[in-house]
Design a protein around this ligand. Structure first.
Ligand code: URA
Length: 263
């Protein structure tokens, strides 16, 4: 009977051989380790990264299920971290969907972690992807003006997107990408616990409200997400294409300000 030490050495040798074989088969895959956070900080317990495997973003829009064409890398899943900084660290290497392979930067979000007002946009564009910050291009400059017209400084509110990575060529988010990213934005909002959410455009509004209704029908109305009032409005990019939408956005922002009761 082999002694326990030789048994252990044999197991380690087998594990090394397996890891080497995997590394040769998937040269771009990253080796992951669970990263436990302070469980006291997280409402859900310690944060974990699970090794690459099937992810909802891939399955939902029909990517191959055999793993061969799936980007390797972290597939962050709940339990998520209990503060925004740790949560960003936990998900910033995400490869749940193919956008993880084409992004320059993961665009987590920016602003006051205790904001009473959160804006949720669609997805990073080219400038956001280059800088790693949300709404810093033309649409972002317009959003900043809207925020100032409401009497806020940009840094007083929180700004994020439904998707954290740029869809190539600024195409619309695919259903599987939105499904993969939605738990992230939902957890982000749960951590901030704002008094009002403003959903910018169809994609953010439909994802948060779990509806297929178009933005024309959604805007101008009050909804709730987990008890937090949600006001959908047109996306700033739509205003850049059609100035006549500005008056509707301003009506919607007045509803937001009324809900905030004059901040
Ligand atoms: N459009 C978005 O929806 N988000 C950004 O960050 C930039 C443009």
């Amino acid at each position: 009977m082999p002694d326990p030490r030789s048994q252990l050495l044999e197991i380690v040798a087998q594990a090394r051989a397996l890891a080497d074989r995997e590394a040769r088969r998937h040269p771009h895959a990253r080796v992951l380790t669970a990263r436990p956070l302070d469980p006291d900080q997280s409402p859900d317990g310690p944060a974990v990264m699970v090794p690459a495997g099937p992810g909802p973003g891939l399955q939902d829009h029909g990517e191959p299920g055999d793993g061969e064409h799936r980007p390797g890398g972290p597939q962050p899943r709940p339990p998520f971290a209990g503060n925004l900084g740790d949560f960003e660290t936990q998900i910033q290497e995400c490869r749940l969907c193919p956008l993880g392979a084409t992004r320059k930067h993961f665009v987590f979000g920016q602003g006051n972690p205790k904001a009473s007002l959160v804006f949720v946009g669609e997805a990073p564009g080219a400038e956001e992807d280059a800088q790693g910050r949300p709404f810093v291009g033309a649409a972002g400059r317009l959003l900043t003006k809207i925020i100032s017209a409401m009497g806020f400084k940009r840094e007083e509110v929180y700004i994020c997107n439904l998707l954290k990575c740029r869809p190539p060529g600024n195409r619309d988010p695919l259903p599987g990408e939105a499904a993969a990213c939605r738990p992230f934005v939902e957890h982000q909002i749960s951590l901030i616990r704002p008094r009002v959410i403003c959903a910018l455009g169809r994609f953010a509004s439909q994802a948060l409200l779990d509806t297929d209704e178009g933005i024309q029908r959604l805007r101008g109305r009050r909804f709730e997400w987990k008890g937090i009032p949600v006001y959908p409005t047109f996306h700033p990019s739509a205003l850049l294409r059609d100035e006549s939408l500005k008056k509707h956005v301003w009506e919607d922002m007045k509803l937001v300000m009324k809900e905030l009761g004059g901040h």
